[in-house]
Design a binder for this molecule. Structure first.
Ligand code: AMP
Length: 427
C-alpha cells in the first residue's frame, strides 16, 4: 500500500546504550490524502514540531512569527510494509478496525505493531497526530484478547484530555471483546475511581499525579502490570511529573513490557529509558519544524482595547471557520471566551480551572462545530487532536518559541492550509 508523504528532514539517531535496535529513523509527513473511498477514513497525520523541555526564553522577536512564503511540499512516497489485514489480529478486532475505516497503517503503526505484538519494549519517537494511539492500543487489545497478556495494562498520559482520547480509542477497537478500561485522572471524583479500580479493569489509563495518589491510598496495585505505556513522556516531564513517573515505574514488575512514546529524546528521557526499558526497539517518525507550511503573520495593536476589537473584527471574516485562540492565564482565557460569545462569536474555553467534564464538553463542542472558537491555555491544549483548525491565533504570545511551534502545529494538518496569527504590541 502506497501513501504519499512529504519528506522533511532525516532525523538520525546515533546508536547508544538502550537504543540499540533501530527499526527505522526517518521523518515524514503526508501532504495529500490516500485514495478516499466512501466510508474509508484516510489517515491524516498531525504535523507537530519536536518539543523539548527547554523553556525560559521570555522575548521572541516578532519576525519569528512571520512566514508568508509557505514552503511547497516535496512529494515522496512512504511505502507501508503492511495493511491492517496483514496483522495477525483476531477477527473481532480486525472487524472493529475495518468498521473504523482504517486500511493502511501509519508509519508508526506499520513499524511498531509487529514488535509490540511480539512483547518487545518499544521507544516510539512520534508526535501527536501520527497515529501513535492505535499503534499501541491495537496490539495491546490483541494480546489481552488471546490471554497472552494478563490484565492489566497501565497507560500514563500527561493530560486528562489525552487520557480520554486513548480511552475512546480503546473502547472503539475493543468493542464486543469484553475488555474493560477505566480512567483515573485528577479533577474527577476519586471515590468513584477507587470503586472502578476494585472491578479490576484490563486497562487503567491515568495521569501520573492521580495514579500516585491512588497508589498511596492503596487503591491501585501495580504488581500485576504486564504492559506499561508512557504516552507523550516528554510532556509529562515538562509538566514536572518525573518523580511520580519514577515512583510508579518502580512499583511495577521488572519483567513488564514497556512502551515509551515521546516527541523528543532529552538527556532526562534517555536516562529514564536506560533505567526502565529492556533492550528496546526504537522507531522514529518525528517531524521536524512544521512552521514553514503554515502561513504566519503578526497583528500589531497599540492597546488592549484595540487588540480585542481587532480580534472580534477578524472573527467576523468568513475565512475564520474554526479558530483556536491561545491565551496566557486561566482567568484571561475564560474572560476572552465569555466576551467573544457575548459579541456574537460562540466560543468555548479550556483551562486548568475547569473540571474534566467541562473541558471535554468544550472540546467536543469545538470539534463538532457547535462553536467556531476555542480559547485555551497551553497546558489545557496539550496533546489534543483537533482536526481542520483553520486559524491559530496567539492572543497572548507564547512563553517560548517551542510553545509557539507547538501551538501553530494545530493548524495546517495533513497538508491542509493553515494560518497562524500572533498579536504583538507596538514597542
Ligand atoms: P493519534 O496520533 O493517535 O492522536 O491519531 C491522530 C488521528 O489519526 C486520530 O484521529 C486517529 O483516529 C487517526 N488515525 C490513526 N491511525 C489511522 C489510520 N491508520 N488510518 C486512518 N486514520 C488514523
Amino acid at each position: 500500500m502506497v501513501l504519499t508523504v512529504r519528506l522533511q528532514t532525516i532525523s538520525l539517531i546515533t546508536p547508544r546504550k538502550g537504543l540499540q535496535h533501530m527499526a527505522s529513523a526517518f521523518s515524514s509527513r503526508r501532504t495529500s490524502r490516500p485514495t478516499s473511498r466512501p466510508g474509508v477514513r484516510s489517515f491524516s497525520p498531525n504535523n507537530r514540531s519536536n518539543r523539548s523541555g527547554n523553556r525560559g526564553a521570555a522575548y521572541i522577536h516578532p519576525s519569528k512569527f512571520i512566514n508568508k512564503a509557505v514552503a511547497a511540499a516535496d512529494e515522496v512516497i512512504y511505502e507501508s510494509k503492511h495493511q491492517f489485514s496483514d496483522f495477525p489480529f483476531n477477527s473481532v478486532l480486525a472487524q472493529n478496525i475495518v468498521r473504523k475505516g482504517y486500511v493502511t497503517p501509519s508509519a508508526i503503526q506499520d513499524q511498531t505493531i509487529p514488535y509490540i505484538l511480539d512483547g518487545k519494549d518499544v521507544i516510539g519517537l512520534a508526535n501527536t497526530g501520527t497515529g501513535k494511539t492505535a499503534a499501541f492500543v491495537l496490539p495491546i487489545i490483541e494480546r489481552l484478547s488471546n490471554n497472552g497478556l494478563q490484565p492489566s495494562v497501565l497507560i500514563m498520559a500527561p493530560t486528562r484530555e489525552l487520557a480520554q482520547q486513548i480511552d475512546e480509542e480503546f473502547r472503539t477497537f475493543a468493542s464486543g471483546m469484553k475488555l474493560f478500561s477505566t480512567i483515573v485522572v485528577g479533577g474527577m471524583n476519586i471515590e468513584r475511581q477507587i470503586r472502578d479500580l476494585k472491578r479490576h479493569p484490563h486497562v487503567v489509563i491515568g495521569t501520573p499525579g492521580r495514579l500516585k495518589d491512588l497508589m498511596n491510598r492503596r487503591a491501585l496495585d501495580l504488581s500485576f502490570i504486564s504492559t506499561l505505556v508512557l504516552d507523550e513522556a516528554d510532556r509529562m516531564l515538562d509538566m514536572g511529573f518525573i518523580n511520580d513517573i519514577k515512583t510508579i515505574l518502580a512499583q511495577t514488575p521488572s519483567n513488564r513490557q514497556t512502551l515509551f512514546f515521546s516527541a523528543t529524546i532529552t538527556p532526562t528521557i534517555q536516562t529514564l529509558v536506560q533505567q526502565f526499558l529492556n533492550d528496546p526497539i526504537t522507531v522514529s517518525v518525528r517531524t521536524a519544524e512544521t512552521s514553514e507550511h503554515v502561513e504566519q503573520d503578526i497583528v500589531q495593536t497599540n492597546s488592549k482595547e484595540e487588540k480585542l476589537d481587532r480580534l472580534v473584527e477578524m472573527l467576523g471574516e468568513s475565512e475564520y471557520e474554526k479558530v483556536l485562540i491561545f491565551g496566557e492565564t486561566k482567568y484571561g482565557v475564560q474572560r476572552l471566551s465569555d466576551h467573544l460569545t457575548k459579541v456574537g462569536h460562540p466560543s468555548a474555553a479550556i483551562h486548568g480551572n475547569k473540571s474534566q467534564s467541562q473541558r471535554q464538553k468544550a472540546l467536543n463542542s469545538f470539534k463538532k462545530h457547535e462553536v467556531k472558537v476555542l480559547v485555551a491555555t497551553d497546558v489545557a491544549a496539550r496533546g489534543l487532536d483537533i482536526p481542520n483548525v483553520s486559524h491559530v491565533i496567539n492572543f497572548d504570545q507564547p512563553a517560548t518559541y517551542e510553545d509557539y511551534i507547538h501551538r501553530i502545529g494545530r493548524t495546517g494538518r495533513g497538508g491542509a492550509k493553515g494560518k497562524a496569527l500572533t498579536f504583538v504590541s507596538h514597542r
